[in-house]
Design a protein around this ligand. Structure first.
Ligand SMILES: [Zn+2]
Length: 163
């Protein structure tokens, strides 16, 4: 009969140490891990995230708890800034309410997703399609600037500053 994974890990741990257990688990296929119900969980015994089966650490055998999903990640975000007065009034008006962060109440800078101009262009195109005479449609100059900006802004975020 094939040894259980738990048993195998126990033996490997005793013979070769912690990293050998991790190696063993990491070498299993995704399908195999799913079949054996192996997940990484917080282990108090190991004081780290360890492979576990049925909330039992495969390294040290202690009870494990689910990882909360809260993790510290560092993420590089690119951002471009444009002074508001470089934009047509019609463009500024269209942008209202599309801020990426809604609680920006008392600052002079507003942050948008980098694809804000494409989004606005898309919204306008929809309106135009349904009603070419709609009063909601801005002047051609505004359309042109939206197109220009959609090409120009290639960052994750866009900041509009007051000066
Ligand atoms: Zn452990």
């Amino acid at each position: 009969m094939k040894k259980s994974l738990r048993k195998q890990c126990e033996e490997i741990y005793e013979a070769k140490g912690v990293s050998a257990v991790f190696d063993l688990v990491n070498n299993l296929s995704k399908e195999k891990l799913a079949e054996l119900k192996v997940v990484y969980e917080n282990c108090t015994g190991c004081e780290s995230e360890s492979p576990a089966q049925n909330s039992c650490c495969l390294v040290c055998g202690q009870a494990t708890t689910k990882i909360s999903g809260i993790k510290k990640v560092s993420h590089n975000m690119s951002i471009m800034s444009i002074p508001e007065n470089a934009l047509l009034h019609g463009v500024v008006t269209l942008m209202k309410g599309h801020e990426a962060f809604k609680d920006a109440t008392d600052i002079n800078e507003r942050i948008y997703q980098g694809d804000i101009f494409e989004e606005l262009g898309g919204l306008l195109a929809e309106i135009k399609l349904k009603n070419p005479e709609s009063k909601l449609l801005p002047s051609q100059k505004v359309f042109d600037q939206l197109d220009e900006l959609a090409v120009l802004v290639d960052t994750d975020y866009l900041m509009i500053t007051q000066s």
